[in-house]
Ligand binder design. Structure first.
Ligand code: GLU
Ligand code: MG
Length: 437
């Protein structure tokens, strides 16, 4: 018997999981146009699986239609291929559905282009735990840890390349059994698609080797976080850099300053989108190289928005091309579509309102007292998902980013997740997320 090839079509949903349906590869031509059927309540599938609550009930039909540019077709010796597409959720009339996460990002990108004439170039730097290696003291950044992951790294790099994503670095990180991967930047939607594909290829390769790649924000409450850092810059549609001005404060162009100010201003609210799980807030604590304050820092990995370094710039044009900001209040419980969408919506709001940044601090942010940090324009990040959700519910701009229905849907979705882990202690909560991500 010869196996019949199947293709999966999914989207990275509000829980940050890729969910969808499969079909015979022979039907691809038809499916590229008509996609597959979904119902509205599909978007309410929680981080842990069950639909805890849904405003949509059992009613209604939608279509999930593949974007041909997201095609992944990676062969694994002696195992089924990873053949899937990512897509958009449309109404049965073929209109984009308001609650589609990929559309949330697309809308932000369109508005940025229309109102500021700019596009976004982004790359997601992602940390995860590979279970195929035991923890050993001294493993952090170690050649021995790098060696002991065996063929995982090389298979992962090959899978990424075959999936159309260019690997940039792969390293043993600071935490127990923790690794990090970076890939080449992509424009707009493509960057978020790539972030989804990177997670799935890590899981796919680990699975073929009998192990897991775990993207939960924290393995245990006192551990090291798995962060997702979103590097981004603004570009003219021609590709010309539009974020860097060596003479500007923080090295930013005028528009870049407004954009960064918007991101920092909205951080307490958009944390509910970019760090959207209960365990996300166990990561955002002191002494983890994860952010704890809303601040723009120059080359400071403790800041929530970081001005990244430029390496050996050959000329000013090279410096402008390399220059990027890194948003660090993010982890893999967030759909990359929602996370990048939130950053772009918040940044564009800063451009619209001409928001300004505090002057670059004259001393080390971490030498300041809390009162001094606040006087310098920083605020503590939310300490709990509840707090972040309250900020998001109160944020008037967010009503426009989401649309009236989607914001309500999103808040209800996340509140049901809060209830699902209510009463668990932090260790048990981490375990739930480790099992799910
Ligand atoms: N693991 C840290 C985090 O949770 C980041 C470490 C780094 O700077 O790469 O964000
Ligand atoms: Mg790292």
């Amino acid at each position: 018997m010869q196996r019949e090839p199947l293709i999966f079509l999914g989207t990275c949903d509000l829980a940050g999981h890729v969910r969808g349906k499969g079909f015979p590869a022979a039907a691809l031509g038809h499916r590229l146009h008509k996609g597959i059927g979904l119902t509205h309540s599909n978007i309410m599938m929680s981080a842990f699986g069950p639909i805890y609550e849904t405003p949509f009930g059992t009613l209604g039909d939608l279509m999930l239609v593949p974007d041909p540019d997201t095609k992944v077709d990676v062969q694994f010796e002696g195992s089924a291929a990873e053949h899937f597409y990512l897509g958009d959720i449309l109404t049965t009339e073929g209109e984009n559905w308001e609650c589609c996460p990929r559309h949330f990002l697309r809308r932000a990108l369109k508005e940025l282009q229309r109102e500021a004439g700019l596009v976004v170039l982004a790359a997601f730097e992602q940390e995860f735990v590979y279970t195929g290696i035991e923890d050993r003291p001294s493993a952090t950044y170690g050649l021995d840890a790098w060696r002991r992951q065996g063929i995982f790294g090389e298979a992962f790099a090959a899978a990424l390349r075959q999936a159309g994503v260019t690997p940039d670095s792969f390293l043993p990180e600071y935490g127990a059994r923790q690794f990090e991967v970076t890939v080449a930047p992509g424009q707009g939607l493509r960057a978020a698609d790539h972030a989804v594909i990177v997670r799935e290829m890590a899981r796919a390769v680990a699975f073929r080797l009998g192990h897991r790649a775990i993207f939960a924000p924290m393995m245990r409450p006192d551990g090291i976080g798995n962060g997702v850092h979103v590097h981004f810059s603004l570009r003219e549609p021609s590709g010309a850099p539009a974020l860097h001005d060596p003479a500007g404060p923080y090295g930013l162009t005028q528009t870049g300053q407004h954009f960064a100010a918007g991101v920092v201003h909205h951080m307490p609210a958009i944390a509910a989108i970019t760090a959207p799980s209960v365990a996300s807030y166990f990561r955002l604590r002191p002494n983890r190289w994860a952010p704890t304050w809303t601040n723009l820092g120059i080359r400071d990995r403790g800041s929530s928005l970081r001005v990244c370094p430029v390496f050996a710039p050959a000329d000013p044009a090279d410096a402008a091309r390399q220059f990027n900001l890194e948003y660090r209040v993010c982890d893999a419980t967030a759909s990359p579509y929602m996370a990048l969408g939130a950053i772009v919506h918040a940044g564009l709001d800063g451009v619209r309102r001409n928001l300004t940044l505090p002057p670059p601090p004259s001393r080390d942010f971490w030498d300041m007292s809390e009162a001094e940090r606040e006087a310098a324009g920083a605020r503590p990040l939310p300490h709990l998902l509840e707090e972040a959700l309250e900020n998001l519910a109160r944020c008037r701009a967010a009503r426009d980013w989401f649309g009236e229905q989607f914001l309500d849907v999103y808040l209800r979705f996340k509140q049901s997740e809060l209830r699902a882990v209510a009463g668990l202690d932090e260790a048990a909560t981490c375990e739930r997320y480790v099992a799910a991500y």
